[in-house]
Each structure stands twice: as C-alpha cells, then as structure tokens.
Design a protein around this ligand. Structure first.
Ligand code: HAM
Length: 426
C-alpha cells in the first residue's frame, strides 16, 4: 500500500522562512513593548482541566461548540486552550503573585471554526493581562500599548472601537429588557439569530447579518442601564484615550464573543481587511473571572491579538514585509568543504550571519545557492586561495564591483567592516 500523503489538518498552516522571520520579529517587538511596560512573560500549559474554560464562558460558541476537548490516559477531561486569558487567571489563582500582576504571552489557540482566510482552527495570539487593579488607567494602559505596537509595525489603517458592558447587575437588568424587546420582533430577525435572542440576547446585537442589524439599530441601549460607577469608569477610560490623542468610536454593539467582560471592551479593526475578519485585536475588563475560576475576587483587564491577522493587515498595507535576506555571507568552497566548515563557524562566532553549501557541489551549483540565499557577500575559496592561505571576497548583489583577495587571517575583520556599511539595509 502506498504511504499516505500527510498534510497539515484543515484550518492549520505551516509557516516557513522567510514568512516565519516576520513572526520572529513580531514576537520580539511585542516582547520589547510589553517588557518596557513592566509585563513579565507567562508560560502556561497548552491544555487545562476543561473546567477552566467552561467556567470562563459556558454560554459562548468558543466554549460550547469549538473546543478541542479530550480525555487523557488517566481519565482527566482536558481541553486545548481556545484563548489565553483563562489560563492566565488560573495561574494567578494558583500562585498568588503580588498585585498588580502584569503578564504577557504568545500562544497557539485552538477553535474548531469554519476555516477561511483569517480564521483558523489553530491561530496564535499575543496577549497581555493586568490582574489585581480596577483602576481605569489600567484599561487605558493596555489599549495604548496595543495601539503603539501596531504603529511600530507601520500599520495606519486601524480603527479603535470601545464600549462599556457595565457591571454584572447593570447587564442583568439590561439583558431582560433586551430579551423582551427582541422576543416581540423574533419574526423580523435573521433565522440564525433567533435562538440567540432567547439564550444570549446581547450577542444578537453583534450579529453581522444585515436583516438583524436593521432591526437592532433601534434596540434599547446598554448605556441607558449603566450604574453611576460604570459610567464614571467609562468616562475615565475615554478621558485617558483623549489625553493621548487616540481616536476611538464608542459602539454599543461591541459585545465581543466571550462572556467574562464587564466595564470596558475594545477592538482594533484593520480597515484594509474584509470586515468579517478585520478584528486584529480585542480585549477588555473581566473583574469577575478570578472568582469564577475558584479564586479570591480580583479585577483584571487585557487583550489578545491574532498574529495571522496582524500580518494580513500588514500585507494589505504593504508594511512589515519579510526581510530580503537572512544571510550576510555565503562561503563557497571548491576544495572539499573543510574551509567552508571552519570559515562559517568563525564568522558566526563573530556575529555574522553565514552559510554554505554541503555535499561538495560544483562551483556553479554553490554560486547558485549563494545567489538564492540573498547574501550580500560571497567568500570564495578555490585551490589557488587555499594554497596562498587567502579567500576571494565578492559583492553578490552588485556584480560590477571587483573581487578582492584577502588574507585568511583578515577574513572576519574585513567582512565585519564591509557589513558595517551595509548591515542596516540587510
Ligand atoms: P478574541 O477576540 O476571541 O479574544 O481573540 C483575540 C484575537 O485573536 C482576535 O481579535 C483575532 O485577532 C484573533 N483570533 C481569534 N480567533 C481567531 C481565529 N479563529 N483565527 C485567527 N485569528 C483569531 C480573546 O481571545 C480574549 N482572550 C482577549 C482578551 C484578553 N480579553 C481580555 N484579555
């Protein structure tokens, strides 16, 4: 029987270089922004007791319909993480760190969704959470951090949308008002939204179906049910954003797909992308989550932003592209390979990105590899160079320049000084 041709499962992707170079730089840049703001990296297991995720949002599609759940060999009921926040809060409850506790993460997330462009079954999130403070300035801090990060990537066509979900009691009151209002108009809603009108009235406001949106345009507003405390929290957040000259729109329909939010919610939408998948990052405050997961009450706020979607937005805006080259020097050795072996090691130890061919290939084949590598410089050792203990240095991307002979002992210093002039553009 022929062996099967295995492929990555539907909704998942392999990311190879040079595309993966962008991931590497993206994560490094995010680490720089979060570290500068006092966040520490948090690593948690990719799977948790399924209860961690169920308690976070039993009513949401993410938990009810999309989770990858399984029983391990010890009979434990586990699930792969569909998002990052629940694990952070579980770790917070377990370790009791000093508050406010600021954690950042980069993690794969798993959701059994209908896969399409920008929507995957395994996606990757960069995220930040602050636990242990209800100060609205913390909300402002995470929003501004994410926006500054997008700006550092060169993204310009990004809209910030915010809303207040109020406090639990405000929302409970409002949900009943909305449920009654929607029930009176069930027949006017799109078929697929009718069940939610009963189960999760607020999610109907977030429906992308035009028929439903037309009906809900005149629905009662959560803003009218907010308590004084909720209004004052939201005012402080808006004042903070205004003080930073950050444009934003308040959208009452922004309810988000997870249950745990109260007070502030926000999303960044990339207008260069199709509306269905244009949310590149979102988050908000979740003051009841630590308690729902069995811990002491502790307020929290944070965000998650999908790497794949950020990069799609970068592509659409023509920014943060893959680097043209990953190698500075390609060593070509036609004397058997031992010279190349030692030279690349020497160069790498000096901090130069260096590579070579293997398998004693012909000069022509090695030069082809050198060209493909995108290297700036070629360092060639043939029988003549070897006999005279030298090497020939050549610009690979500018063929008009002369090849120069350098002493074997001067290779590293000569190359370092040559690259000094070009490295910024490499
Ligand atoms: P979320 O909105 O479900 O929030 O996901 C955050 C981001 O992950 C989205 O804005 C999007 O960029 C990306 N994303 C989500 N699902 C997919 C998918 N199937 N394919 C590609 N990208 C996707 C959360 O997960 C919350 N934990 C955010 C948060 C943190 N709230 C407070 N703290």
């Amino acid at each position: 029987m022929p062996s099967p041709k295995f492929q990555a499962p539907p909704g998942t992707r392999d990311v190879l270089a040079p595309e993966s170079d962008r991931w590497q730089r993206l994560v490094a840049l995010f680490a720089e922004h979060t570290t500068r703001a006092g966040f520490g990296l948090l690593q948690t297991p990719l799977f948790e007791d399924i209860g961690v995720f169920q308690r976070m949002g039993e009513g949401t599609d993410v938990v009810r319909k999309e989770m990858y759940e399984f029983e391990d060999r010890g009979g434990r009921h586990l699930a792969l993480r569909p998002e990052g926040t629940a694990s952070v809060v579980r770790a917070f409850n377990q370790h009791h760190p000093i508050t406010p506790w600021k954690a950042w993460y980069v993690t794969p997330c798993f959701r059994y969704e209908k896969s399409q462009a920008g929507r995957y079954r395994q996606h990757h999130q960069l995220g930040c959470e602050i636990l242990g403070t209800s100060d609205p300035d913390a909300d402002v801090e995470v929003v501004v951090l994410l926006r500054d990060f997008y700006q550092a990537l060169g993204l310009q066509r990004i809209d910030l949308v915010i809303n207040s979900m109020g406090m639990v009691d405000d929302r409970q009151r409002y949900i009943e008002v909305l449920r009654t209002w929607l029930t009176e108009r069930l027949g006017d809603l799109a078929d697929d939204d009718r069940e939610n009108a009963r189960r999760h009235p607020m999610r109907v406001l977030d429906s992308k179906r035009r028929q439903t949106r037309e009906v809900t345009a005149s629905a009662p507003k959560l803003a009218d049910s907010l308590s004084d405390d909720a209004v004052s929290h939201f005012d402080r957040v808006q004042a903070g954003l205004a003080a930073q000259d950050i444009p934003f729109v308040v959208d009452q329909r922004l309810v988000r797909g997870l249950d745990y939010y109260n007070h502030t919610t926000f999303e960044f939408q990339a207008t260069a992308l199709e509306a269905a998948q244009n949310t590149i990052g979102g988050g908000g405050r979740y003051d009841g989550l630590a308690e729902s997961l069995g811990g002491k009450p502790a307020p929290g706020v944070g965000f998650g932003s999908g790497i794949e979607r950020i990069l799609l937005a970068c592509d659409a805006e023509g920014t943060f592209g893959a680097p043209e080259t990953r190698i500075d020097v390609f060593v070509v050795d036609t004397t058997g390979g031992a010279e190349a072996r030692d030279l690349v090691i020497e160069l790498r130890r000096a901090g130069v990105r260096a590579d070579r061919s293997f398998d004693g290939r012909s000069m022509k084949a090695q030069m082809k590899n050198a060209d493909r590598s995108g290297a700036t410089l070629g360092l060639i050792v043939g029988p003549e160079e070897r006999a005279s203990s030298s090497a020939a240095l050549r610009e690979l991307r500018n063929r008009d320049t002369e090849q120069v002979a350098i002493d074997r002992g001067d290779v590293v210093t000569t190359i370092l000084s040559r690259l000094g002039a070009t490295r910024d553009t490499v």
